[in-house]
Design a protein around this ligand. Structure first.
Ligand code: MG
Length: 259
């Protein structure tokens, strides 16, 4: 099942995505999903970020290939940082290139969406707290990341966390295949089996640090192939079975994201 959040221009609601239609659901997808009689053509709705996270917990280095390209040692434990909720945008939204940076990179990542409150859960219990998977772009001001000891600024600009287009609830994490395309050219390719710390371990590890809430997102880290984007570029993160998260890089004067 593909869960989406969308607007028709009036109300915002959750729904289930089909090939060319969206069907509204009762309440929230974090409880039992019950479809309503509200049917929409996909062309009549605008997809929003598929959830509203209280936090996006991201992984510093979680692929050996990326550690190598950064001349970094793979960490002994998951390396965590937070992207603020205000950085989240949806599919087809614009990534605003901040004037204070000279190098803004894409980082295609597999996103894990939390279903239910998770506090100090074991690896074995982790699965029951996962709603599904989505695409994330951990946009990063690389020059500011190198300059600052903490990553909050480099990772935290408004629009630096595209999420979507949907949450797929029926995939197994080890089967997820990730690709990133810059202006249609393949730049990153990986599968979840290459994660240093797999999904269940991440949920468990993070839940021993902070309580995870329904709708929270874990960005599981980026593989090798990171690189810069420029205003005018189109960036796409694709995961087989989920879809394509497409966003456009713009200068601040060309920004007009609605949410
Ligand atoms: Mg990242």
């Amino acid at each position: 099942m593909k869960i989406v959040r969308f607007t028709t221009g009036f109300a915002t609601e959750y729904g289930v995505l089909y090939e060319d239609a969206v069907i509204g659901i009762e309440g929230s997808p974090f409880e039992a999903v019950k479809e309503t009689h509200r049917h929409y053509r996909i062309s009549d709705v605008r997809l929003l970020p598929p959830c509203v996270p209280s936090k996006v917990v991201a992984l510093g280095v979680n692929y050996r290939s990326h550690a190598k390209e950064m001349n970094d040692r793979p960490p002994d434990e998951p390396l965590l940082f937070i992207k603020p909720p205000s950085s989240v945008i949806g599919p087809e939204d614009k990534i605003i290139y901040p004037p204070s940076s000279k190098r803004v990179d894409y980082e295609g990542e597999i996103g894990v969406v939390i279903k239910s409150l998770a506090r100090q859960v074991s690896r074995e219990e982790a699965g029951q707290h996962i709603l599904g998977y989505t695409c994330v772009n951990d946009v990063t001001a690389r020059d500011l990341q190198a300059k600052d000891k903490q990553w909050t600024r480099a990772k935290g600009f408004d629009t630096f966390c595209p999420i979507g287009p949907c949450i797929e609830t029926d995939l197994f994490p080890f089967s997820l295949k990730l690709e990133t395309y810059l202006n249609g050219e393949l730049k990153q390719q990986a599968h979840a089996g290459q994660l240093i710390f797999p999904v269940e371990e991440l949920v468990s590890f993070i839940s021993h640090v902070m309580t995870l809430l329904p709708g929270d997102v874990i960005a599981t880290g980026t593989p090798e192939g990171i690189g810069p984007m420029q205003p005018g570029d189109t960036i796409e993160v694709k995961i087989e079975g989920i879809g394509t998260l497409r966003n456009y890089v713009v200068k601040p004067e060309d920004s007009s994201n609605k949410e």
